[in-house]
Design a protein around this ligand. Sequence first.
Ligand code: HEC
Length: 147
Amino acid sequence: MSRLPFALATAFLLVATLAAQQAPPAPKSGPYAAIPADAAKQPNPVKSSPESLDRAQKSWTMDCSMCHGKDGDGKGSLATDMKLKIAPLTDPNTLKDRTDGELFYLIKNGYQDMPPEGERVKLQENWDLVNYVRSLAKTQSASAQKP
Ligand code: HEC
């Protein structure tokens, strides 16, 4: 009988230790917080036009769609393979609180599991990509509003 409390305590300790080990890792803090205020405030010098979106499409297809999906739904094949949870860019809410400067910065420098676009694209093309990701949501809300 006197052993029971000991056994219980041991069991409790074991469970507590396992629980501590299995605690999910702290969420990755993306560089959003680290985006310099000046970069976040930078206005987009490239007007969103069919030409801009055309230029972005090539980079999107080569560098982005394998994760974000062709239409931005976040279900690209690489995202599935890597078990990434990616917010749909088709949902207008996903980027509504982001400035163009912030999007430019994270596309250029990477974000969480997303690799930086870096020097692969010219400055103008990086802004084209900002316009492109914005257009993914607009397309959807526009079509959602169709009667
Ligand atoms: C390896 C997979 C991967 C690739 C390739 C990738 N991304 Fe991402 N992207 C992510 C992940 C993961 C996140 C963070 C999760 C989220 O925000 O939904 C993210 C976030 C974003 C966001 C911010 C969404 C938000 O919540 O604010 C934008 C915009 C974006 N990506 C655009 C792009 C563009 C443009 C490209 C191509 C140049 C690209 N991504 C390439 C995985 C990827």
